[in-house]
Structures are given as C-alpha cells and as structure tokens.
Design a protein around this ligand. Structure first.
Ligand SMILES: NC(=O)c1ccc[n+]([C@@H]2O[C@H](COP(=O)([O-])OP(=O)(O)OC[C@H]3O[C@@H](n4cnc5c(N)ncnc54)[C@H](O)[C@@H]3O)[C@@H](O)[C@H]2O)c1
Length: 318
C-alpha cells in the first residue's frame, strides 16, 4: 500500500502574498514543500532544503506529477476584483476552469487532502450580524463568482477526496511578496509614508485576518483530522474608520474622509473554525506593528509589484 508522507505538500500559487509567507512558515514547521507558481510577482521564496520550486501555470499541468503529495493547498488565482475585471475570460479560465483538471488529477494521483483558498466575499452583502457558513452565497463581483463556482467544482468531488474550502477575510501583515493594496497594509503604509490616510466613506465593515494566523489556519487544516467542508477564517470585523484609528494611535497621521454612497459592509463569523480547535493568536494591531517596524528598517518600500492590478496591467499577462 502506498502510505504517503503526510508532511509532503504542494502549494499552487505559493509565490504570492499568502503563499510566500505560508511556504516559509510550513518549511519552518517541518513540512516538505513544493511551490508551483507562474511567479508573476517575482520569486521571493527562501532557498531552503525542504522547499522545491516549479515555475508553471495551473492551466497546463500535463508534465507535473501530484503523486508524491499528501495534501495540496490551492491559492493560485487572479486574486481581487479589479484584476479579474482586467480580463474576465482569462480569470474564469484560471480561477474556475483549471479547477476541474486540478481536482481530477489530485484524485487520480491519490492526494489525500485538498485545501482551497476561497474567499469570505462569496457571501456578498448580508443583513445577518453573524455571517456563518450555512448562509446563502450571493456574490456581487466577477471575482466573488469565480470563487463560489470553484468551491462548487471542488465540493462536487467530496465523495472522492477530502475537500476543505477556506473562506478567508482580508489578510493583513508582512509577507515576502508584499501586498500594499489590501486595507490594513495600504492605510498603514500611507500613514507611514505620507502622514495621511484617505478613506472612501469609512463606515463599511470589513473582516480581517493577520497573515500569521492565515498560515496557522492552513497548517491547522493540514495537521488536524477535522471534517472536510467550508470554514470561514476572519476574526475582526472592523469599520475602515476603526482600522484607520488603530493606525493613527501608532503613527501620527491625518485621516481624510471622502463621501461615497457605497457603504457596503461584509462581516464574517468564524466560530466553526474556533469550535474545531483553532486558536487565534494575532490581530490587526500586530499587523500594523509589524508593518511599522519593517518600514522603519527599510524592508517595506513602495515596490510596483506590491499593487496587484497595476502590476498585472504592466506585465500584460491578463
Ligand atoms: N489576500 C487576501 O486578502 C485574500 C483574502 C481572501 C482570499 N484570498 C485568496 O487567497 C489566494 C492567495 O491570495 P494572495 O493575496 O496571496 O494573492 P497573490 O496574487 O499574491 O497570489 C496568487 C499567486 O498565484 C499565482 N498565480 C496566479 N495565476 C496562476 C496560474 N495560472 N498558474 C500558476 N500560478 C498562478 C501568482 O503568480 C501569485 O503568486 C487567492 O486565491 C485569493 O483569492 C486572498
């Protein structure tokens, strides 16, 4: 019988913001990691014995074998609304149509666990205070729709492989491939660099997760024998104004508010994940502190590749 090493994992999209943090983290926890990525944002992964790198596209996996991997974590998507809107057809190819080939191959090649990075945005706008996994999905953008449909493609194979669809909140904090286009990171950087933050509205609620906890969530799913299914992963529902005020407490800065009509709020409740034993350790405040110290020691600079949509436009890959 082929008993696989449960520490051997493949991360699709492991060169991105979440992936480059996660890959390094899992190697430090004793996993043997292979990253497959097109490396659109560059390759900032550390050279380590237990970290193998494959430059490839998830739309063409014919020459890639999944045979040695116990688990796959799938992060390789066009990862926000404006980037998807640059080329919706290609985004459907990457975010949805590639999913069918990936999951068929994972089943055929005997992968045990398949973990998909969906998104908390699949719920759309909800009146309910506690947005739990059993609520209807009403995605409002093309990106959100691709995430919902990919979840459905994967879960339609749940009789053949353990499928975990994680629905993360907006991630914040420091990673080797940094993103400065996500709320906490963007506002903290603006406060540090320009001494001011501009909010559009500000009363919109957004759920958040610190990148250190994001990586810990994926490790938790890899390690624990919990039921497959859908798991929210977002712990602080904050208004944009509350986020800006947290930043202002740490960085002397001005808050400018521009009036907008769009005050859509997203929330998340992650009691299901906490109920199966995940323990939260980091928050938005920790992310702000980490960004401040990385900025002060020159590690976070205004690099064009830290802004997803602008960079993809420049690369002309979409
Ligand atoms: N960052 C967040 O706040 C957040 C929140 C919820 C969900 N997610 C999801 O988590 C995942 C990772 O997000 P991220 O912020 O790290 O995004 P990212 O854009 O930084 O990373 C995505 C990675 O996938 C790679 N990639 C894209 N298309 C590919 C293809 N066709 N073949 C191979 N590699 C490809 C890119 O080169 C990049 O390295 C995404 O699926 C995203 O939708 C992210």
């Amino acid at each position: 019988m082929n008993i696989k090493n449960n520490k051997k994992i493949l991360i699709l999209g492991g060169g991105g913001y979440v992936g480059s943090h996660l890959s390094n983290y899992l190697v430090s926890k004793g996993y043997v990691v292979t990253v497959l990525d097109t490396f659109w944002f560059g390759n900032r992964l550390l050279k380590k014995k237990n970290l193998k790198i494959i430059k490839a596209d998830i739309r063409d996996l014919k020459k890639i074998s999944f045979k040695n991997y116990y688990s796959i974590i799938h992060l390789a998507n066009i990862a926000n609304d404006p980037s998807v809107e640059l080329n919706p057809t290609l985004s459907w190819d990457v975010n949805v149509f590639a999913s069918y080939e990936i999951i068929k191959k994972a089943i055929k090649e005997n992968v045990k666990k398949f973990i998909y990075a969906s998104s908390g945005s699949v719920y759309g706008i909800k009146k309910e205070k506690f947005v739990t996994e059993d609520l209807d999905l009403k995605p409002i953008s093309i990106y959100n729709r691709t995430k919902m449909i990919a979840e459905r493609v994967f879960s339609s194979f749940s009789d053949k492989i353990k499928i975990y669809s994680i629905r993360p909140a907006t991630v914040c904090g420091i990673s080797p491939r940094m993103r400065l286009d996500v709320t906490v990171n963007l506002l903290t950087f603006k406060a540090l660099k320009y001494g001011e933050m501009t909010l559009f509205g500000g009363d919109q609620i957004r759920p958040n997760i610190n990148i250190n906890d994001m990586s810990r969530v994926y490790e938790f799913i890899l390690k624990k024998n919990i039921d497959p299914g859908f798991y929210n992963a977002g712990f602080e529902n904050l208004t944009i104004k509350q986020i800006a005020k947290k930043i202002q407490k740490k960085i002397p800065s001005k808050i400018n508010i521009k009036k907008v009509f769009d005050q859509r709020s997203y929330r998340q409740c992650s009691d299901k994940l906490l109920g199966v034993g995940f323990v939260r350790k980091y928050g938005v405040d920790d992310a702000i502190d980490e960004i401040i110290s990385s900025f002060n020691n020159g590690k976070v600079k205004d690099n064009p590749s830290f802004y997803t949509v602008k960079w993809l436009k420049k690369l002309k890959v979409l």
